[in-house]
Structure formats: C-alpha cells, structure tokens
Ligand binder design. Structure first.
Ligand SMILES: Cc1cc2nc3c(=O)[nH]c(=O)nc-3n(C[C@H](O)[C@H](O)[C@H](O)COP(=O)(O)OP(=O)(O)OC[C@H]3O[C@@H](n4cnc5c(N)ncnc54)[C@H](O)[C@@H]3O)c2cc1C
Length: 277
C-alpha cells in the first residue's frame, strides 16, 4: 500500500466502517478501510463471554446481507463478530488490519517544538513503544525530514540502522543497483562492516544531507543518508523525508513478518574513539 493514494480512507472496520465501505464500493469510489485490530469483528469478540445482542437478528444485518439466523434470534457476540468478518469477505471490502497509530508529543503550543521528544530525544517514543506493545516507533525533527526509529524492545535505532535495513532489503529484492549506498563521515564503522558482509559498499561524503544527495547523484547511487536520520531514496524523493522513511520502514517490518530487532541483528554499532583537539 506504500505510496498509494485513495479517494477515501475509512478508519475502523466495525459496523459503520463496513457499511460505509459497501456503499463506497457501489459508487465505484477508490477507498480503503484501516483498522487497528488484527481481525474484523474484534471489538465484539473482545466483549464478555456471555454477551448476546439485545437486538434480534432481523435488525443486526448490514446493507446487502441479512444476518444469517431466524429474524427473532438474539445472536451471541461471537456470531456477530463472525458475521462482520464474513460481510467484509463476501463484498471483498479492502480492509487493512493491524494499522493502529499512537501519536505522542503532538500538541504544539507555538513554543514547544520537540521539547523532550523527537529525533534528538527519541527515548520518549522508545518507552511508549514498549508500553504500547508496538512493533516500532518513529521520532521526527521539527520539519520531519529526519527519522529515528525505536525497535519493539525500546532500543533506539538511528539513521545508520535505517540505511542497513533498507539497503539489505533492496539488495534482496535486486533493487540496489549498484550495490552501494552513500553515508557521511559520521556514520558508524559498524554500518560499513555489516554492509560489506552483504556485498554492499559505502561511499563516504562530508556531513549534511545536501552533500549526501550530491554524492548520490554523482555516483549514480539510489540510497544514502546520515546517522542523524536524514535518509534519501532517490526513487521516491529528492531529499530526506522522515514520514516517508517511517512508512517505508513500517512496511518493510510488516512484509518481513519479523521484529525490527531481529532484522537488525546483523548490524552491530562499533564504539569509536575520536581525538578532540
Ligand atoms: C456491551 C454492548 C452491547 C451492545 N449490543 C448491541 C446490540 O444488541 N445491538 C446493537 O445494534 N448495538 C449494540 N451495541 C452497540 C454497537 O456495538 C455499536 O453501535 C456498534 O458496534 C458501532 O459500530 P462502529 O463501527 O461505529 O464502532 P465499532 O464496532 O466499535 O468499530 C470501531 C472499529 O474501529 C477500530 N478503531 C478504533 N480506533 C481506531 C484507531 N485509532 N485506529 C484504527 N482503528 C481503530 C476498532 O478496532 C473497531 O474495529 C452494543 C454495544 C456494547 C458496548
């Protein structure tokens, strides 16, 4: 779904969302229904075991499909959940599940941009990832061109980790041509070593996303970025875009079906010693 645009996005695949979807499909509207749950009908399934609807089956159906029971029957909550799931399947409604987003530090007052949060203080997001049992977290800077991730264990993963993840994925899909990325002098040696093991070389340049892009264009390399979280994939955008990076990484983790920490197991950060004059 990454990069696709829809005429309408419906949030929630409960009775309202499914009935709306049924109508949108009849009108020929290009739409998608997003739901945070893992299955359609989950809000019913999660209710207490003995629950039956107080409305009989004749009133429980959605447009186009009657509830499959005698009109005077009072369905159980699991029968209702099964009916909703079948409704979505029967009409082939485009429901995307497991897509819940929790927003943090998103109440600007005109003075508090990234105060104690964002890509320079990603620990707030990392803690929330663990508390929410989320798959990953993303922290952005003020103009959201930088993205820093937190894995499902609450470990902060910087732009080097994103470059590793993205480069190895593109290589596996035979889309990293040539097998090289651009990184600045600030990127960890561990990135270079981990990518070298996969046959991917790292072309270093000076600090700054402008220099990264210049080097990418000069060398004909499609992926580059900085440890600070600017990551550029020229096929998608000409500059770093933190939101785009976060969506791409979420899609990558989802498609891999494995935790982010596991996908990054091959990348070890090396401790650098620097002499400061
Ligand atoms: C105990 C109980 C008994 C009831 N019995 C009856 C009855 O007998 N007959 C009757 O007609 N009505 C009954 N109702 C009312 C009925 O459940 C609701 O009217 C109906 O479910 C509302 O449908 P909905 O689609 O608006 O919301 P829901 O069915 O709650 O669906 C909302 C969906 O949105 C998803 N969602 C929510 N937030 C997000 C988010 N941030 N991101 C992504 N997805 C999200 C949820 O996972 C859920 O699937 C009962 C309600 C309760 C609580």
């Amino acid at each position: 779904m990454a990069g696709k645009r829809f005429g309408v996005i419906v949030v929630g695949a409960g009775q309202s969302g499914l009935a709306t979807g049924h109508q949108l499909a009849r009108w020929g509207v290009d739409f998608v229904i997003l739901d945070g749950a893992e299955r359609v009908g989950e809000s019913w399934r999660r209710r207490w075991d003995s629950l039956r609807l107080f409305t009989p089956a004749r009133y429980d159906g959605l447009p186009g499909m009657a509830f499959p029971a005698s009109p005077t029957y009072f369905p159980t909550k699991d029968e209702m959940a099964a009916y909703l799931e079948e409704y979505a399947r029967h009409f082939a409604l485009p429901v995307r599940l497991g897509a819940e987003v929790t927003r943090l530090c998103a109440a600007p007052d005109g003075r508090n941009v990234n105060l104690g949060c964002g890509s320079t203080a990603p620990e707030a997001v990392a803690a929330a990832v663990v508390a929410a049992g989320a798959h990953l977290g993303a922290a952005f800077d003020g103009d959201a061109d930088r993205c820093i991730l937190a894995d499902e264990r609450g470990e902060v993963r910087d732009g080097d980790a994103i470059l590793y993840l993205w480069a190895t994925r593109l290589l596996a899909e035979r889309r990293l041509v040539p097998p090289a990325i651009v990184a600045t002098s600030m990127s960890n040696l561990g990135l270079e070593l981990a990518l070298a093991r996969q046959g991917i070389s790292v072309v270093r340049c000076g600090v700054g996303d402008r220099l990264v892009v210049e080097t990418m264009r000069r060398e004909g390399i499609g992926l580059g970025g900085e440890q600070s979280g600017h990551v550029v994939r020229l096929e998608l955008a000409a500059t770093g875009d933190g939101l785009l990076t976060a969506v791409q990484m979420a899609a990558l983790v989802h498609q891999a079906g494995r935790p982010l920490s596991e996908l990054l197991a091959g990348f070890k950060v090396w401790i650098h010693r620097m002499k400061v004059k």
